[in-house]
Design a protein around this ligand. Structure first.
Ligand code: CAP
Ligand code: MG
Ligand code: MG
Length: 495
């Protein structure tokens, strides 16, 4: 037991100088949870496994503090003086502290970081998103439905021109947004620059044909930052402003890559793909962190959008409550987490207009996805951030993929409770019996049916692409094996 890190019932931790974290911890054998809690606090802040003689008065002031232990649920609450973190808003450094060595500690059988809370004084140190879904909506002139997107499949292997043709088909079918698949980079069969030029050409044709603007998200993840920046600059030189996003594989290329692109290109939508997150977030993994924690740090780092999972509707494993809490946690100004209520801005009592706007936003959220869609259709501009942008850590959009298809979209809308997200369907579009264009049209028709509160089957009577989709996906759609971990994700202990 390292006493110096044990501060049970310490009220100082709520004074705005501490980032709070809650872990589920299960020690091996008969090690006491207090012991392992203080070891984790030491290892994730100033200490080691032994008390060192080199400690100073000041160094102890930046010790992490175990301020609450719930023995029944194996929950350990730790407060981190945020002054301990690298100055200049560096998320990589925080993750090194609280999701670093502690995952290797021999005493721990389980160590899952479930939720974090940032005091508003800390938020000012971090970038947050500069371009948001609201900006993309403005470019697309699409305000009252999700941004309907696709991922080009096969994942890789198409030539640049073949790739661009599939983009064209999706866009003329009515889709808004196409992304590279997460491993698409600069391969022999699809040289990066040729792919970009081909996409621009296909986008021009599709905009000509449909009269609608389109967006493409290009993967700029690469071997080194210089190459990332070279690729990003090339895209910016070929594509129209607003018509492109930069996709970063945030787990495999890292937080520094995410923040480098955020800081170099503050005018471009930053798309955080989370390939590899399952090693940390899957409900059955005892060591790691929740989707909510990953998503909150992505917002802090400045991602305009991050994949948050299909909340049990699609192909990937994932805890329904974790996916939903994560999606709402990064979209809303103030949202309940698993254990902490996070507000992404200081809301001074005197700031009556902000308080009024926040109230309006809350009421809108209470009306669910359909209520939000109807209010938007009436032209009600409820983009709180647009009004308050200088005061808040702006919203990060949930990006939803993973096995979604036109038949599953309505179900997902009702589960997630908002229309403010980007869907990206790969197999769910390109396996449509009549091809990609029909697949895109089926997605649009599925949303139209949901919005009109008509069953898909009913709507399909007059819409053949949807009719074919229903027949096909009812036979071939997949539902992944589900692990229900909701017992861990509850909110009795909100801060
Ligand atoms: C989806 C996808 C996405 C993952 C990401 C894929 O393709 O492109 O990268 O779903 O998962 O490569 O599998 P499909 P998440 O639409 O064909 O399933 O969004 O959960 O991070
Ligand atoms: Mg830091
Ligand atoms: Mg993919």
């Amino acid at each position: 037991m390292q006493e110096q890190y044990l501060h049970l019932n310490d009220k100082e931790v709520f004074n705005g100088e501490f980032m709070l974290a809650v872990f589920k911890m299960v020690p091996y054998g008969d090690i006491e949870i207090e012991d392992v809690a203080t070891e984790v606090a030491a290892e994730s802040s100033t200490g080691s496994n032994l008390k060192v003689g080199t400690m100073t008065g000041y160094s102890q002031s930046v010790d992490a503090r175990v301020y609450k232990i719930d023995k029944e649920k194996n929950l350990v609450y730790i407060a981190y003086p945020w002054v301990m973190f690298d100055r200049g808003g560096n998320v990589q450094n925080i993750m090194t502290f609280i999701a670093g060595n502690i995952f290797g500690m021999a005493e721990l059988r389980e160590c899952k970081l479930l939720d974090v809370w940032f005091p508003s004084q800390m938020l000012d140190q971090y970038d947050g998103p500069s371009v948001t879904l609201d900006d993309m909506r403005g470019y697309l002139q699409n305000f009252d439905r999700p941004v309907l997107g696709s991922i080009i499949k096969p994942k890789i292997g198409l030539t640049s021109t073949e790739y661009a043709e599939v983009c064209y088909d999706f866009w003329v079918g009515g889709g808004d947004f196409v992304k590279n698949d997460e491993p698409q980079a600069d391969q022999n069969f699809s040289p990066f620059q040729k792919m970009v030029v081909s996409v621009r050409e296909a986008m021009d044709r599709a905009e000509e044909a449909t009269g609608h603007t389109k967006v493409h998200s290009f993967n700029v993840s690469a071997s080194d930052f210089d190459t990332m920046i070279k690729r990003a600059d090339y895209i910016s030189s070929i594509m129209k402003p607003g018509s492109y996003a930069f996709l970063v594989d945030g787990i495999t290329s890292g937080w520094t890559a995410v923040q480098t692109i955020r800081r170099h290109y503050p005018n471009v939508f930053l798309h955080f793909h989370r390939a590899g997150h399952g090693a940390f977030t899957r409900a059955e993994n005892p060591i790691g962190y929740s989707v909510l924690v990953l998503s909150k740090f992505a917002r802090l780092a400045g991602a305009s959008g991050i994949h948050t999972g299909t909340a049990g509707v699609g192909k990937m494993a994932g805890d329904v409550k974790d996916d939903i809490t994560a999606a709402q946690g990064i979209l809303r100004l103030r949202a309940k987490g698993h254990y902490f209520d996070q507000c992404w801005s200081e809301i001074p009592e005197s700031d009556m207009d902000m308080i009024a706007e926040v109230k309006k936003e809350e009421e809108l959220w209470a009306s669910g996805a359909r209520g939000i869609a109807q209010s938007r259709a009436r032209g009600l501009d409820t983009f709180l951030e647009r009004k308050m942008s200088w005061r808040v850590i702006s919203k990060t959009a949930p990006i939803i993929s993973g096995g979604l298809n036109p038949v599953l979209l309505p179900q997902f809308l009702d589960v997630i409770g908002t229309i403010d997200f980007i869907t990206t369907m790969g197999g769910g579009v390109h396996s449509h019996p009549s091809g990609t264009k029909a697949g895109a049209t089926a997605v649009v028709q599925s949303y139209e049916a949901w919005k009109a509160e008509v069953s898909l089957e009913e709507y399909a009577k007059e819409h053949k692409e949807l009719d074919e989709a229903i027949k096909f996906f009812n036979k071939h759609g997949t539902q992944a094996h589900r692990v229900d971990n909701s017992a861990v994700y509850h909110n009795e202990d909100a801060i």
